[in-house]
Design a protein around this ligand. Structure first.
Ligand code: PLP
Length: 396
């Protein structure tokens, strides 16, 4: 993999025909270090956000040893990483997937219904009866507050059926946990306050001993149109809420960050193939890495990298159009770029590391990328440079 000091350095040397996916592994490592240091529990990376080997390697190097996987292919992939603990946190799984996971050493499973509890118990039973070492997490429905992508409609149990499920799960679980997801890109910690309130009421109603609390993902990244609270605020809210929960003294905490660990760690270089007024036609789009910009209103930070127009050049808002023939292949933005932008220019679209690469399709013959590693900093960051960053400056 070729390394460049920056995206403009890459364009000085190459005029790529295809879009280029650029990894900044140091940004993923810094995010992971921050979580491992500041979160008082297990940090399980949500594998689906980005499974690039460069980023996985950086996360592992920074101390991530837990992975939240959602499918059998993800699990079989992650199982090749040595010395890790995998958590199969999709609440609905086939019997085949459950028993294969158990065979591969997975003991940690999420569920949100009695049917799933039965599937887990049956698929992990052996000739000596049911498994005695299951770590089961009941997924609780919690309200999404200030989240860009609510996740509470599909999964999660609440009310009397949640209490019933908790009692039944306690009977077969070696270790019993509660889990929830406040929704992706949750910009304030308020959602965690209401989630803990839901857990509190549920534990009191069910009257069972809880061994583990998994606060899920949802931790935010920075985008031009979404400026979240400091991550330390999320951590203090979670710590304070946990104090008030009727759980065992030595309860073990876990989180499943996806977006926040990798958002800053990749960017995309695209070429402007045509300009029509404030519309730029580029060589990747909503069927590629820019799904969230096309369908969920994400605005990513972007910059012109093929020409130096000076730092005080006038800027304008642009809409982006992808390369497929489909009219929904449109990223309304607006993306702020120099007003003089023209056909043939290259643009770096930053902070697309979360769910960018992961969502790209091959529609219309697109969806293949050149790849490179960049050594400079992402355009927007949630994290301050730390000791390790400064040490690697000296090493370079
Ligand atoms: C997607 C997902 C995550 C990661 O969510 P982010 O918003 O990217 O942090 C964590 N846990 C579960 C169960 C998920 O489905």
């Amino acid at each position: 993999m070729e390394k460049y000091a920056s995206a403009s350095e890459l364009i000085l040397h190459r005029k790529p025909e295809r879009p280029v996916l650029c990894a900044r592994p140091h940004a993923a490592a810094r995010a992971a270090r921050w979580f491992v240091r500041n979160f008082d529990g297990d940090v399980a990376y949500a594998y689906k956000a980005n499974s690039s080997v460069f980023l996985l390697g950086a996360l592992y190097g920074a101390g991530i040893r837990h992975f939240d996987v959602a499918s059998l292919p993800e699990l079989e992939d992650a199982a090749t990483i040595p010395g890790t603990e995998l958590h199969f946190m999709h609440p609905v799984k086939s019997r085949g997937a459950i028993s294969r996971a158990y065979e591969l050493g997975v003991r940690s499973f999420a569920l949100d219904g009695e049917d799933e509890l039965a599937r887990i118990v049956e698929a992990t039973s052996g000739p000596d009866g049911r498994a005695r070492d299951l770590q089961l997490f009941v997924r609780v429905a919690v309200p999404a507050i200030n989240s860009l992508i609510p996740l509470e409609h599909k999964f999660g149990v609440s009310g009397a059926s949640a209490a019933r499920l908790l009692v039944k799960t306690r009977q077969v679980a070696h270790s019993l946990g509660l889990t929830f997801h406040v929704g992706s890109q949750t910009t304030t910690p308020d959602a965690f306050v209401s989630a803990f309130k839901a857990l509190h009421d549920l534990i009191v109603e069910a009257g069972v001993v809880i061994d583990r609390i998994d606060v899920g993902g949802g931790f935010p990244a920075r985008y031009p149109n979404s400026v979240p609270d400091d991550l330390s605020k999320f951590i203090s809210v979670i710590d304070a809420e946990l104090e008030n929960l009727p759980v065992r003294e030595d309860v073990r905490l876990m989180c499943e960050p996806g977006r926040v660990l990798v958002a800053e760690a990749e960017s995309l270089i695209v070429r402007v193939d045509a300009r029509r007024g404030s519309n730029l036609f580029i060589n990747d789009g909503g069927y590629g890495v820019l799904f969230d910009a096309a369908h969920l209103g994400f605005v990513f930070p972007a910059r012109l990298i093929s020409r130096d127009v000076g730092s005080d050049a006038p800027m304008s808002g642009f809409e982006l159009w992808g390369p497929t023939c489909d009219s929904i292949d449109h990223m309304p933005g607006p993306f702020l770029l120099p007003s003089s932008i023209e056909e043939g220019d290259y643009i770096e679209i930053c902070n697309i590391g979360a769910y960018g690469r992961a969502l790209a399709t091959g529609f219309n013959g697109y969806g293949t990328y050149d790849e490179a590693i960049l050594l400079d900093e992402p355009m927007l960051s949630m994290f301050e440079r730390d000791e390790e960053d400064r040490a690697s400056d000296v090493a370079v």
